[in-house]
Design a binder for this molecule. Structure first.
Ligand SMILES: [Fe+2]
Ligand SMILES: [Fe+2]
Length: 339
């Protein structure tokens, strides 16, 4: 297979035609006028092969059944035009050609975390070494020395979509909130040992819930049991290997997992019952929301993006230091003050 064709023209108002190599991240049949439409998410390489761009795509007419036969995780040459649908740019596909590709080529279309997994794992190990309460410290070190957990935790995405949906995303997300927890524990007078363990454990079950293969599909265990049960089970197994691990500490650790979605409507069977559990929920939410805001995209060059989950418009210019520096010298015509 040749090199990818740049799809960077997608979304520019002058040129709405797209032609490029893309990975089929997801595909399912929806209703169409004559035959079922294929609803897909395609991943293109950015300008000059740099970065990855994910596009919702629709194939309305598929008389030869090419779209219907595409496997998730395969590469295609996609041609189409950009339209707006529910405030988001979407690709209306006119032609799809399946391509043969090596596993390395396919891997290059799967988004990866930009952090170093070995440094991140070493940082989490150091946090565990810094715990004070002997049972909790032993627990943390025992958990992080489990070879299965280590290898899954390094690669797992934190979500199928929305936030940290990249290989290594769970590790990036978890370390991000542990760093925040380490700083806020003294400010809010929280138990640092419990808080750091709660943050480490809150999404641990995602190691078994979501596959790190192309498409980040839910596993059978993920669909049947969910990440909260899977995480609680791993905590119980780890605690079971530590002689005389106090039952109350085991329940406190499992409570972090069960309460971290914060509300029953969002899938938590119990509400946070300790200040540390509330902090885990809030830091988890903060990390996810900020990531989703940064990822919200508009058309190329558009300073406003649309964040689907909250239905909110995001002003990227508002947190761009170069743009803010340009504004600082100007007067705001509505107030006569500096802009
Ligand atoms: Fe979760
Ligand atoms: Fe999380």
């Amino acid at each position: 297979m040749g090199t990818s064709i740049d799809a960077s023209t997608a979304g520019k108002s002058q040129t709405k035609e797209v032609r490029g190599v893309a990975l089929v991240k997801s595909r399912h049949a929806g209703s169409g006028e004559k035959a079922p439409a294929q609803i897909m998410t395609l991943v293109f390489k950015g300008e000059g092969g740099k970065g990855l761009k994910e596009w919702p795509a629709r194939l309305w007419e598929d008389p030869r059944g090419i779209g219907a036969s595409l496997a998730v995780g395969s590469l295609v040459l996609a041609e189409g035009t950009v339209v707006r649908h529910n405030q988001e740019p979407q690709l209306r596909i006119t032609r799809l050609t399946p391509l043969k590709a090596s596993p390395e080529e396919i891997q290059s279309y799967i988004p990866q975390s930009t952090i170093s997994s070995s440094l991140a794992m070493a940082r989490i190990d150091a946090f565990m070494e810094s715990l004070v309460e002997p049972h909790l410290k032993t627990f943390g070190i025992e958990l992080m020395s489990d070879p299965e957990i280590r290898s899954l935790f390094e690669r797992a995405p934190a979500a199928k979509r929305n936030h940290h949906a990249v290989v290594g995303g769970l590790l990036e997300h978890t370390l991000e909130i542990m760093e925040m927890g380490d700083r806020i524990a003294p400010i809010l007078r929280l138990n640092r040992d419990l808080l750091l363990l709660g943050l480490l454990l809150h999404d641990l079950g995602k190691c078994w819930e979501i596959s790190s293969q192309p498409g980040f599909a839910y596993t059978d265990d993920g669909r049947l049991l969910g990440h909260m049960f899977l995480g609680c089970d791993a905590v119980r197994r780890t605690a079971g290997r530590i002689p005389e691990f106090p039952g109350t500490l085991l329940k406190l650790l499992q409570h972090f997992i069960l309460s971290h979605h914060g509300e029953m409507a969002y899938g938590s069977p119990v509400l946070p019952a300790t200040p540390e559990a509330m902090a885990v929920h809030m830091l988890d939410n903060l990390s996810g929301q900020v990531y989703a805001m940064r990822a919200a995209k508009g058309s190329d060059g558009d300073e406003w993006g649309y964040e689907r989950n909250r239905g909110a418009q995001i002003w990227h210019r508002g947190s761009d230091p170069a743009e803010l520096a340009k504004l600082s010298g100007k007067k705001d015509p509505s107030t006569g003050q500096g802009a």
